[in-house]
Design a protein around this ligand. Structure first.
Ligand code: GRG
Length: 293
């Protein structure tokens, strides 16, 4: 199966599990908005990483998929909130109106809140893992990755950079490691937690995640200047207009692409301890720099 087909297969499984966990309830405006934010044309890359990481340790797919869906709920919440007028003020996401455009601002805020908290409900449930210590570790790691020591802090620094420009490439990397990289780190770490990985294995997966997360964000900046709204399903040329700190400012278009390529090669070398079992992660890393959406 090609990587694209594998990714689509994971996306279908993620959608099906969201349908089960968050079934349609036409009487609930909140549920309808949460489903709107969680379903749709997402790549589901983060659940893919969870499944591949967990697969290295022969974890049951149904357990890994629940963790992947929990992570995707956090990711979808972050997109809903990031699109709000107080943040990026975007009208289009995943090729259709953003949540606050389809509903209203207050509903979009609550839908994001609902998805964030639902993620922890999924992780804490017995079905996610038989061992409560593992469930607790999964909850703790996701709270750290998504909260004030992770993604939310990254978003804060990104917003601050609009008025206090960052002066170095290292500062941009620091912001993006939190804003985008922390959830990639969780994707790989959660597989290791589910599978009882050794310290060394866990460190290798986290090193891979750091590099892939950075490459992903560099390509996000690169696509913002080189792609179109029709292909990406969201507005382009936004970063510069909003005064955002981007990799393109410090590396240029060509330099950014080269750095992303180097990072991906470095990420792949972190997979050596896993041999051929890590082929899916190698393919995913290559996809990050070859994607056009
Ligand atoms: C609002 C707390 C809060 C955080 C927002 C992640 C984030 C922080 C904002 C998203 C804005 C953005 C465009 C970030 C760049 C990287 C990124 C996360 C892109 C979107 O991820 P994809 O490409 O999206 O995996 P899909 O739609 O495929 O799921």
């Amino acid at each position: 199966m090609t990587f694209q087909n594998k990714l689509r297969d994971v996306a279908d499984r993620v959608d099906r599990l969201i349908e089960v966990l968050l079934p349609e309830d036409r009487g609930s405006r909140l549920r309808t908005a949460m489903r709107y934010g969680a379903l749709g044309q997402g790549k589901r890359l983060r659940p893919f990483f969870v499944l591949e990481s967990a697969g290295l340790f022969s974890v049951a797919q149904r357990e890994a998929l629940r963790v992947g869906v929990a992570l995707e709920c956090v990711h979808c919440y972050s997109l809903i909130h990031d699109d709000l007028p107080a943040m990026d003020n975007d009208d289009v996401r995943r090729g259709r109106p953003t949540c606050h455009r389809a509903f209203d601002e207050a509903t979009a805020i609550l839908a994001g809140d609902g998805l964030l908290t639902f993620a922890f409900e999924i992780l804490a449930a017995d079905e996610t893992h038989r061992d409560p210590d593992v469930r607790c570790a999964l909850v703790l790691a996701l709270a750290k990755a998504s909260g004030q020591g992770g993604m939310v802090e990254g978003q804060m620094r990104d917003l601050e950079a609009e008025t206090t420009p960052v002066s170095s490439l290292e500062s941009v990397e620091g912001i993006q490691a939190l804003k985008t990289g922390a959830l990639f780190g969780y994707a790989l770490e959660s597989g290791a937690l589910l599978g009882g990985a050794s310290q060394g294995e866990r460190a290798s997966l986290l090193a891979y995640a750091d590099k892939v997360g950075l490459a992903f964000q560099i390509m996000d900046d690169w696509l913002d200047v080189t792609s179109s709204p029709e292909v990406l399903g969201k507005a382009t040329q936004k970063d510069r207009g909003a005064g955002k700190a981007t990799f393109i400012d410090f590396l240029g278009v060509e330099g950014a692409r080269k750095k992303a390529g180097d990072l991906v090669e470095g990420a792949i070398s972190c997979l050596e301890p896993f041999g051929g079992r890590a082929q899916g992660l190698e393919d995913a890393a290559r996809f990050v720099i070859s994607r056009n959406f």
